[in-house]
Write a protein that binds this ligand. Structure first.
Ligand code: B12
Length: 183
């Protein structure tokens, strides 16, 4: 039988298409080296390729992304595609320009499938609206993500893992910072 993915990574618009995000590529490869099955969906490039309004993908047109209902059809398609992957854990790379779309997508996924575990990471700690996020991984994330996935899989406590924010019952707990190894 085909094994479900252990973690699905998602990249939302908008993100400069000339400079694809490398953070997720690093983590995904690291997890693969630990024998975990990963999948990455780049919704940014998919939506960009199908869009007739390519000039919206600039920092100067940032305000358009804040309009209510903007890209609603695309957003709903993303929800379907994420749920079709059957991954229990869905992880988002967040930086300032793609925060809005990411949070909307997360909200819609959780409303349709509350049992999904949502992890965020990247340079932007999500502001507000964290009711739908379960964990945020701070900073360099290869080892933290691996430790978190292992703990979740084996039903171990997660609050001893350095470098995460745990969101539960509308509250957040921050664990101790992870020390970066100088290898
Ligand atoms: C190189 C760089 C660029 C390059 C290209 C980056 C790229 N490939 O995407 C260029 C020059 C194009 C650029 C442009 C911009 N950048 Co820039 N950039 C950087 C810089 C210096 C390094 C980023 C990098 O590649 N790091 C290496 C990778 C491996 O690390 P990483 O992406 O952070 O990923 C790690 C963690 O964040 C985490 N992680 C990432 N994603 C995820 C997802 C999950 C689920 C998990 C668990 C963890 C996780 O794990 C990864 C591995 O450890 C940072 C500053 C910095 N020191 O981080 C600013 C930075 C990311 N940029 C920033 C900004 C604002 C921009 C622009 C919006 C600027 C502008 N006004 O146009 C644009 C947007 C470009 C875009 N992608 O849409 C800000 C972001 C601020 C924010 N809160 O979002 C930063 C933090 C600089 C700053 N201090 O202000 N940038």
């Amino acid at each position: 039988m085909k094994k479900n993915v252990d973690i699905l990574f998602v990249i939302c618009p908008f993100w400069d298409v000339k400079f694809p995000p490398i953070g997720i590529a690093y983590i995904s490869e690291f997890l693969k080296s630990k024998k975990l099955k990963t999948k990455v969906i780049d919704f940014n490039i998919k939506i960009y390729n199908n869009s007739t309004k390519k000039d919206y993908w600039t920092i100067k047109t940032n305000f358009i992304w804040k309009l209510p209902g903007f890209l609603k059809k695309e957003l709903n398609k993303c929800v379907e595609e994420v749920l079709a992957s059957k991954s229990k854990i869905i992880a988002f790379s967040i930086m300032a320009p793609n925060q809005l779309f990411s949070l909307k997508l997360i909200e819609k996924i959780k409303q349709k499938a509350p049992d999904k575990i949502i992890i965020t990471g990247g340079v932007q700690t999500p502001q507000g609206n964290s009711n739908y996020i379960d964990y945020h991984i701070k900073g360099e994330a290869e080892e933290t993500t691996y430790e978190l996935l292992s703990a979740l899989k084996n039903k171990r406590k997660v609050n001893t893992i350095p470098g995460i924010i745990i969101y539960k019952n509308k509250q957040s707990i921050q664990t101790i910072d992870r020390k970066i190894k100088n290898k």
